[in-house]
Design a protein around this ligand. Structure first.
Ligand SMILES: [Zn+2]
Length: 536
């Protein structure tokens, strides 16, 4: 396994060209008062794109050429004026009616019942569970987050995972699936070897209810009338690089629930995540939207094959999903289904470096509670297998010469999408399909490192630990690679004083970053992840 030093790098935010000019007046608008759930036939996918760009809240595109739209009265009238035939299939607000029996599994929980339930779970499992709030909704309800892992108060060399449910308040099945999952993970820890292994090796975060006000009020929207899956920063209008690269966060002015989730996401180093919805049965994966790609066409991300694989890992265990008559194998590229902008999954992937998919759980947004146990049967194995898929690819720890964890960018040759270490521990987890790869590690203030011949096999992730040397230091940094857990490490201090001359052939391949030949500009010993100091 060849290891080579390269010169240090300066990060340049990816140049995305000028922002697009499609600033539409109604895009991501707040909706107040009665909202009509409408279905209207559309002739072509192009129609769908036009509706979306005109500011309509397109929710789903069905197989029969029918699109579902959430519209105010004014928007409904505008649709009619534009010549669309619309059928009203529902109206909001439509608060759920609870039977009073809202404890235990297999029932819909009110916000208060959910809160009580989560507190009971956390209190009963103090060794592996922590219940925290990401912050409060517009109307002052908590955005609960349950962390389940073996040593919950300490960051370990473990990938961080998240499930988020019900950002649309009228799609509560995901909330209940999250409760089932919490029950399974906590109840079977120490009993079921598979669950114990998963909890021991993973930091699993579960946010069962991202939009508590919407749930309580019986609407898709938050209490200010915003669609939370249309108001995340959108590429390239709101950002054109990654957090690591220092691209602006663009958090100000966004709905409170979005700001809390953004803050929390950026405070952690999530590797993989999914968010749950209802109204269809499918896993859809990035991109939801790519400039220049029309709605209805594939918008391929650099990790398209990987996204297909992890999406299949979910769908293949869910027979109604996998046997879908609408979506081949129960998965779809987001844009190929219908494009949205301001969605959560694209922001996670493009900006925060987290591989996120969107999972639609049920054709009906709020099916009978008596069916929840069936939905859990369909989704239990999928939810577990999807988390487990995060333990594939390549992983390791990036430290400096004194063992300090480093916030580093990890690039895969031939793939434009970077991954990042967690600066608290220095661990990275780059999901990759089996193959042979070249990885590049860059961190401000350190000499970069190229690791060639990284072999990824199916199953457990290969491990490559890296020790970077300080740029402008004594030039004796160490690279320490281990192949596939075989314990064939190179041994510290041996063969590590690679001469810079060796690297010239490699540095020329880094076309998208700027290689600084002059060292010594940075004596910062690593860059810490900035903590946002926003008034939330
Ligand atoms: Zn939804």
């Amino acid at each position: 396994m060849e290891m080579t030093f390269i010169a240090a790098l300066v990060y340049v935010a990816a140049s995305a060209g000028q922002a697009t000019t499609d600033a539409e007046p109604f895009r991501n608008a707040a909706r107040h008062g009665a909202v009509y759930i409408l279905e209207t036939p559309v002739a072509t996918p192009g129609d769908l794109g036009r509706l979306s760009r005109a500011g309509f809240d397109v929710d789903h595109y069905g197989g029969g050429g029918t699109v579902r739209i959430y519209a105010t009265g004014e928007e409904r009238d505008r649709l009619l004026t534009l010549g669309y035939r619309v059928e009203e299939i529902g109206r909001q607000p439509d608060p759920p009616q609870y039977s009073g029996m809202t404890k235990g599994l297999g029932v819909y929980h009110s916000y208060d019942a959910l809160t009580a339930e989560l507190e009971v779970y956390a209190a009963a499992h103090p060794a592996i569970a922590r219940l925290t709030s990401l912050g409060q909704s517009v109307q002052g309800r908590e955005l609960w987050a349950m962390l389940i892992t073996d040593i919950p108060d300490i960051e370990e060399d473990e990938p961080e995972f998240k499930y988020i449910a019900t950002m649309h308040g009228d799609e509560p099945v995901g909330t209940e699936m999250c409760l089932y999952l919490i029950d399974r993970l906590l109840g079977d820890y120490g009993v079921d070897g598979r669950i114990t292994e998963l909890v021991d090796s993973t930091a699993i975060w579960i946010v069962p209810l991202m939009n508590p006000d919407g749930l309580v009020n019986g609407t898709r929207y938050n209490a200010e009338g915003y669609d939370l899956n249309r108001n995340f920063p959108a590429y390239p209008d709101d950002f054109d690089g990654t957090y690591f690269q220092g691209a602006p966060v663009a958090i100000e002015g966004r709905p409170a629930e979005i700001r809390h989730v953004m803050q929390w996401t950026l405070d952690h180093s999530f590797v993989l995540s999914a968010n749950f919805h209802g109204g269809a049965v499918v896993v859809n994966y990035p991109y939801d939207e790519e400039p220049g790609i029309p709605s209805g066409s594939d918008a391929l991300s650099p990790d398209d094959d990987l996204f297909k694989a992890v999406s299949l890992e979910y769908s293949i265990h869910n027979l109604p999903m996998y046997n879908s008559l609408v979506f081949t194998d129960g998965i779809s590229n987001g844009s190929a289904w219908y494009s949205i902008d301001g969605g959560m999954q694209d922001w996670n992937y493009r900006y925060a470096g987290c591989d996120e998919v969107t999972i639609e759980l049920s054709l009906s947004k709020r099916p009978s509670a008596s069916r929840l146990a069936d939905y859990w049967d369909d989704n239990e194995e999928s939810m577990l297998a999807y988390i487990e898929s995060m333990h594939t690819g390549v992983r390791g720890i990036v430290t400096g010469p004194e063992g300090e964890p480093v916030w580093a960018e990890v690039r895969v040759d031939g793939n434009a999408q970077p991954a990042y270490t967690d600066p608290d521990v220095g661990d990275y987890h780059r999901l990759l399909l089996p193959g042979e790869y070249t990885l590049t590690f860059d961190a401000e203030g350190y000499l970069g490192w190229i690791e060639t011949g990284v072999v990824v096999e199916a199953g457990a992730a290969a491990r490559i630990d890296i020790v970077l040397s300080i740029e402008g230091g004594e030039g004796e940094g160490e690279g320490e690679g281990e192949g596939e857990g075989e314990g064939e490490g190179e041994g510290e201090g041996e063969g590590c004083n690679a001469s810079a001359g060796e690297s010239s052939g490699q540095t020329t391949r880094l076309g998208d970053t700027t290689v600084l030949a002059a060292v010594g500009l940075f004596l910062i010993r690593g860059r810490r992840r900035p903590r946002l100091q926003l008034d939330l």
